[in-house]
Design a protein around this ligand. Structure first.
Ligand code: CA2
Length: 163
């Protein structure tokens, strides 16, 4: 079955490209969604894309991924730093979970530095701008062994070395 990825975005990310471009750039969330969809088409996989300002709604979306998605790519935004509910929901989901941040949260102020939700994720990507979403998608499909032959061989992974 073709890989199924759910992409989730937390509070205020609907203002991407509109406010604070010096931190988050000028790309809008709609442009990110469109480029994720374009990449999904090229990879022959399916993607759903959501944004919510409500913690409970994000929890419900994660729960709804059970049995319906192979991976969750999530930018929890401010909930990264506060949400035990998101941690618990992510722990229940047994597929691949990649946390994405557009900015490099490790180089940010104290308030925006310590993601607690990343403890419930498989991997974290930050500081790559909107490209982080595409990098996460490629990583998911590579991990599932579903990268199509149209993707250059060098991107299919590094062979396991011999001692
Ligand atoms: O870099 C990221 O992707 C963040 O998750 C964005 C969050 C921030 O709290 C995290 O530290 C890092 C903030 C999202 C707020 O979105 C805005 C978009 C435009 C203007 C202002 C805020």
């Amino acid at each position: 079955m073709a890989a199924r990825i759910m992409i989730l975005n937390g509070p205020n990310l609907n203002f991407l490209g509109i406010r604070e471009p010096h931190i988050y750039g000028t790309t809008t969330l709609k442009q990110i969604e469109d480029s994720c969809q374009a990449l999904a088409n090229q990879l022959g996989i399916s993607v759903t894309f959501h944004q919510s300002n409500m913690e409970g709604e994000l929890v419900s979306l994660i729960q709804s991924a059970h049995g319906k998605a192979d991976a969750i790519i999530m930018n929890p935004a401010a909930y990264s730093f506060t949400s035990i509910a998101l941690i618990d929901a992510l722990k229940i989901f047994d597929g691949i979970k990649i946390e994405v941040h557009i900015s490099n949260i490790h180089a940010r102020d104290e308030l925006h530095r310590h993601s607690i939700t990343s403890s419930a994720c498989t991997s974290v990507i930050c500081g790559m701008g909107p490209y982080g979403y595409l990098a996460a998608m490629l990583a998911v499909v590579q991990k599932l062994g579903q990268l199509p032959a149209t993707i250059p061989a060098a991107l299919h992974g590094i062979p396991v070395g011999k001692a």
